[in-house]
Ligand binder design. Structure first.
Ligand code: C5P
Length: 136
């Protein structure tokens, strides 16, 4: 079975809320809320993919301290196995915007479960609650 590597990011704002993006209509898993990111291209370093994807999708430049992954998710979908390191980033340049028309939500860690997610993303929630606390 093919392995797909996806770099994903928990962007955390000054209030400790995490950014989720809704997968748009027409895409696999449309309507579900995910940590922003995307597929690592052949030969690309995962951290470079993270920088590229967040620039393309959100119009921001993430800053260096985030460039070690916090943890990774693994999930076997019907046709591929997904490996997804999760970075955490509190610093970036630019204004976060859904550049591909996707809806965005800033969510405190304790409310992440209110947003239906792809099965690969869900196991990352307790990691973030542990790190950030549930939030107020
Ligand atoms: O975003 P993209 O469609 O390129 O991602 C490839 C696949 O990886 C998706 O179809 C989805 O199954 C999975 N994925 C995921 N969680 C994410 C991003 C992608 O499960 N946060």
């Amino acid at each position: 079975m093919k392995i797909v590597l996806v770099a994903a990011c928990a962007l955390v704002d000054v209030d400790g809320r995490v950014l989720l993006a809704q997968r748009p209509e027409g895409k696999q898993l449309a309507g579900l809320w995910e940590f922003p990111g995307g597929k690592v291209e052949p030969g690309e370093r995962p951290e470079d993919c993270l920088i590229r994807e967040l620039a393309e999708e959100l119009g921001i430049t993430v800053k260096e301290p985030c460039l070690a992954p916090l943890t990774f998710a693994s999930h076997t979908y019907e046709t591929f196995q997904l490996l997804m390191p999760l970075w955490i980033c509190r610093r970036w340049e630019g204004q976060v915007q859904g550049r591909e028309g996707q809806k965005l939500a800033w969510v405190r860690a304790g409310r992440l479960r209110d947003y239906p997610m792809p099965p690969a993303d869900e196991p990352l929630i307790p990691v973030l609650v542990d790190l950030l606390g549930p939030g107020r």
